[in-house]
Design a protein around this ligand. Structure first.
Ligand code: AMP
Ligand code: GLY
Length: 424
């Protein structure tokens, strides 16, 4: 079959590599893709939220499966668009429809969902400009730090964690009355601060059945020791050592099952990934957030550990026969480190020549923000490449990755030297 992946990051290169290994694939397309996906698939320069162009591509190339990488096309309704179109409705789309995508698209909705289906999460209330004063009072019912979340998508910047009550009150006002995050903050969730260790668990579901994918921990801050500004993610490790069988059992019983059952009760036909951001609070899992897609760079450590044919699993998702599909995970540990452009996550330059990445043998080089300029690979984004290695231990995997990074270079290349520091 012919398959299309929507997106252009390291996550999408990881999907492309894994899918290219399947015997079930004839032709593989990535839109828009990067210099890495260009080596194993056909890149097509269209924007994933331009549904008419996606439609033309799918029809021209007899594509029968579409895997949606990022959240934006899902929240904008790409799956609904396919279902509503006579010529596209036979195509399998991996990713939820709009109603399911709201779990990521609206924090207020996802909190209501968790409350309704008794899924453990931080105590909360939501406020709008009309209820600003009540919001300020609600803040006083918590002890610091205070957690404020813009309801809508805010490019990963919509969560504020603030130590000082006065500052929290004024930020709340900025968000609600002055559109600090645009319309995304016209509703704000105020919630209890959860003190614990964070990790993510991924689920692939056909709406009834599910497979629990490997756990992962990402490193969001730009600086060593988890300091400095937030990024999309600077590295990741899978599995997470403190997510032992006992903890994962709790996650399955208290979070995953009620989530899948809740979707069914709410008549949401969900076919795709659920990325569950969790806080481990003294051994008990609490949900911080849902995402309706895989994480990036988490995908770059989760997929290399999946031993089964991913396309076969996706067929199970599309036909609601996921329960019949075999699913195996490698016991090895995967570690990835992101190489980023100097300046990221603030202003950075693009178009820097990348050398040394194509001779690496015992790590996997996933391209993220890269592009082809003639036949040279140049930087084209903040996060440039994720270097993943497998090993029997975290340290072994990291050693391979860091040794191979020595051979890669581009002007102002930056990366964190301490990925996994808290786990080894
Ligand atoms: P989110 O955009 O929902 O992933 O939130 C960004 C980050 O804020 C999370 O990855 C957590 O580190 C942190 N965070 C969000 N909600 C809470 C909470 N209730 N308690 C503690 N930390 C939180
Ligand atoms: N690495 C976090 C995310 O993909 O949202």
């Amino acid at each position: 079959m012919n398959i299309l992946i929507l997106g252009s990051g390291g996550r999408e290169h990881a999907f492309a590599k894994k899918i290219a290994e399947s015997d079930k694939v004839s032709r593989l397309f990535v839109a828009p893709g990067n210099a890495g996906t260009a080596t194993i698939a056909t890149n097509v320069a269209i924007n994933p939220t331009d549904f008419e162009s996606v439609k033309a591509l799918v029809l021209e190339n007899a594509i029968s499966m579409v895997i949606v990488g990022p959240e934006a096309p899902l929240v904008a309704g790409v799956h609904d668009f396919f279902v509503a179109d006579e010529m596209l409705k036979h195509v399998s789309v991996i990713g939820p429809k709009k109603d399911g995508a709201l779990l990521e698209g609206s924090k207020d909705y996802s909190k209501q969902f968790m409350e309704k289906h008794q899924i453990p999460t931080a105590k909360y209330q939501s406020f709008t400009a009309e209820t600003l004063e009540a919001g300020k009072k609600f803040l006083e019912t918590f002890s610091p730090p205070y957690v404020l979340k813009a309801d809508g998508l805010a490019a990963g910047k919509g969560v504020l964690i603030i130590d000082d009550l006065e500052e929290a009150r004024s930020e709340l006002e900025e968000m609600l009355s002055n559109e600090k995050f645009g319309v995304a903050s016209s509703t704000v969730v105020i919630e209890e601060f959860l003190d614990g260790i964070e990790l993510s668990v991924f689920v692939l579901t056909d709406g009834i059945n599910y497979k629990v994918l490997p756990s992962a921990k990402d490193y969001k801050r730009i600086g060593e020791g988890d300091t400095g500004l937030n990024t999309g993610g600077m590295g990741a490790i899978s599995p997470v050592p403190f997510a032992d069988d006992d903890f994962l059992q709790k996650v399955e019983e208290r979070v995953i099952k009620p989530t899948i059952n809740g979707l069914q009760k709410d008549a949401i036909d969900y076919r795709g990934f659920i990325f569950i951001g969790l806080m481990n609070v003294n051994g008990d899992p609490y949900v911080i957030e849902y995402n309706v897609r895989m994480g990036d760079p988490e995908t770059e450590v989760v997929l290399p550990r999946i031993a089964s044919d991913l396309v076969d699993l996706f067929e199970g998702v599309a036909t609601q026969k996921l329960a019949d599909k075999s699913y195996e995970v490698s016991s090895q540990t995967a570690a990835t480190v992101m190489l980023v452009s100097g300046g990221y996550p603030e202003a950075y330059e693009k178009g820097k020549l990348i050398t040394g990445a194509d001779t690496i043998e015992d790590s996997i080089v996933y391209h993220a923000g890269t592009a082809l300029q003639g036949n040279q690979v140049v930087t084209n984004g903040g996060r440039v490449m994720a270097i993943t290695s497998l090993g029997d231990t975290i340290q072994e995997a990291l050693n391979k990755t860091y040794a191979n990074i020595e051979t890669i270079s581009f002007e102002k290349m930056n990366f964190r030297k301490d990925i996994g520091f808290d786990l080894v």
